[in-house]
Ligand binder design. Structure first.
Ligand SMILES: Nc1ncnc2c1ncn2[C@@H]1O[C@H](COP(=O)(O)OP(=O)(O)OP(=O)(O)O)[C@@H](O)[C@H]1O
Ligand SMILES: [Mg+2]
Length: 310
């Protein structure tokens, strides 16, 4: 008991409210609200600064507006209130400076791995020789050498996602946006993707926005974790993660921080006007699952905990 309390105290400084950073944010979200035509208020008064080189995870329960916010950053959704700006210029539509990676790898099935990269680079004005060179380099970066001539259907789901990631990185966007990119992968493949993404990030330090509803995934990858709540979608906490990299999903400090965020989210759920989460007959503080509690306490079968079964 005493040991556990001491451990909790020692990890306190590893997850602190983000106090901002001097200078212009790379991507700034100011008072963003969004109401869909069916009158669903997906977002209300959202303010977030994505600073250059920071990897920001957006974490929250299903339906809290994570994707809507990410699409607003990508310029695919025009928020009904507030604005998003990149380097001080208002975002009014999609552009090659913000690449979005989805849960599905979305590769051209008739193109090989190499052609999938080259085609998109060429379409964005890169010369053929430069596109070929970048394709080679980024296929190597995601450890797919030897598969350059393979077609997408000849690859596993994890390999396809690596191609999708390589293609996005090869575009060298100012901001890389990802919407639950590893949500459809099995736990082991997902853990490999986390390792890969961490190593790429430690090298490239690109500005990133990563949507997830997996608490441990957010802590593993994020320099910051922006915790959102639903009804209407809003920011609950903007937290800075001070764990050193590379991070280990089984690190006791990371597990302790994930417990703290889960407690925070459970409290937000209880405070909202929906039915409270179903009790599992266990003290909330002592449980250690990593998925964000779903509205009504429905377990999240779609997203197994990071590292589970590995
Ligand atoms: N095109 C749309 N038209 C109407 N309502 C929408 C539309 N897209 C999303 N919504 C609603 O807006 C809210 C936020 O949806 P959003 O997809 O952003 O949530 P999310 O946090 O990404 O959820 P999940 O984790 O399940 O992907 C939800 O209530 C959803 O039903
Ligand atoms: Mg979503």
């Amino acid at each position: 008991m005493l040991k556990r309390l001491r451990h909790r105290f020692s990890t306190r400084q590893l997850l602190v409210p983000f106090r901002g950073r001097a200078g212009l944010a790379k991507l700034a979200v100011r008072s963003v609200g969004h109401t869909f035509p069916n009158e669903v208020v997906a977002l209300r008064s959202v303010d977030i600064d994505f600073h250059s080189g920071q990897f920001v995870c957006l974490l929250g329960p299903s339906g809290c507006g994570k994707s809507t916010l990410l699409y607003a950053l990508a310029g695919l959704v025009r928020p009904s209130g507030g604005h998003v700006s990149l380097d001080g210029r208002e975002v009014t539509g999609p552009g090659p400076d913000r690449v979005l990676v989805f849960q599905e790898a979305a590769l051209f099935p008739w193109f090989t791995v190499r052609q999938n990269l080259v085609f998109v680079l060429r379409a964005n004005g890169v010369t053929r020789s430069e596109a070929e060179e970048r394709a080679r380099a980024f296929v190597r970066r995601v450890h797919l050498e030897g598969f350059e001539s393979a077609l997408p259907h000849q690859l596993s789901g994890g390999m396809r996602m690596r191609v999708s990631l390589a293609r996005a990185l090869a575009m060298d966007p100012a901001v890389l946006l990802m919407d639950e990119p590893f949500g459809a992968l099995d736990a082991r493949t997902r853990a490999h993707m986390h390792e890969l993404l961490q190593s790429i990030w430690m090298r490239d330090r690109k500005t990133g926005g990563f949507v997830t509803h997996d608490i441990r995934e957010a802590l593993l990858l994020g320099d910051r974790v922006v915790v959102m709540a639903g009804r209407p979608g809003r920011v609950l906490e903007d937290l800075e993660v001070r764990l050193s990299r590379p991070r280990d999903p089984d690190d006791t400090a990371l597990v302790e921080l994930s417990r703290r965020i889960r407690v925070l989210l459970a409290r937000a759920e209880r405070a909202s006007d929906s039915p409270p989460p179903v009790s599992h007959g266990q003290d909330e503080e002592d449980r250690d699952d990593e998925a964000v509690p779903r509205p009504g306490g429905v377990p999240d079968d779609a997203a197994p905990p990071v590292g589970a079964g590995v």
